[in-house]
Design a protein around this ligand. Sequence first.
Ligand SMILES: O=C(CO)[C@H](O)[C@H](O)COP(=O)(O)O
Length: 290
Amino acid sequence: MAKQFVYDDDGDEITAWAESEAEAVENARSELDAAGVDLSDDEVRDRIRVIPSPQRIKSSAEEVLMDKRRRGGIEAAEVVESGMDVGLGTGSTTAWAIAAIGWKLDSGELEDVRGVATSLQSHDLARELGIPLTDVDGFDGLDVAIDGADQWDPENPHVVKGGGASHAREKLVDSMADRLVVATDDEKRSTPLSYPVPLSVLPESRNVAQRWVREMGGEPQLRYAEQKDGPLFTANGNVIVDCDFGEMDDIEGRATELARVPGAQEHGLFVDMVDSVVYGTDDGVDHVEF
Ligand SMILES: O=C(CO)[C@H](O)[C@H](O)COP(=O)(O)O
């Protein structure tokens, strides 16, 4: 179960984190008592919301709960209107957008929204939040996709993605959307992009792929799993080579080269795909439109 919190009447002053509804009610009760707020258990239960659980995401709990990521994600959900089919991205920032869509459906502010998840973890979060889900086969296109980024460029509509190893499915879903909205924060901004590009490859081609990346002038690094010996495997059974090219001035050229690597399945350069960036800052939220 994702963690939950409880709002007071004014919005968000009293927060109680928990793993289950019962625990959230109990934690909220002590917070409310300390603040001298009188609410019945039923009223407390009504104010509990499902929120992203740090355990399910690669980012640390601190990152998931970072105000700027939370703000960026929640603001990005403002693009969703009733009746829309929405791509649901992956990562700690997008998880807040998914949560916000779920809250709006719950309150009746949004109706008739269908989601297509870009990963199992986004699927599970959306399901817990009551967002109706379907898959890419159900659509010719989506109205909008909201997704995160490992690095974004304020001057160009490109991002690096795949820090959560979900870039293949993310690219599929994001490319189907009329509009891709990137939910992120100001710390991931860079012109030009320079973040190591994840390249998912067939397990058998991991060494060949690394040789090719070296020949392109990059520094390859096979991504290893945590809590498992050996490499990390993606949801589709591929492994990931993170390719550090330093500053990438010719992003289209890099994307073309990476796609040619033998055994390559997908790379994390999303070139010319971004329509808007919604990013959290220390003070609030800002937007870039392309
Ligand atoms: O591309 C991704 C997953 O494959 C994520 O969107 C990216 O890693 C950003 O995640 P976060 O918002 O947690 O930093």
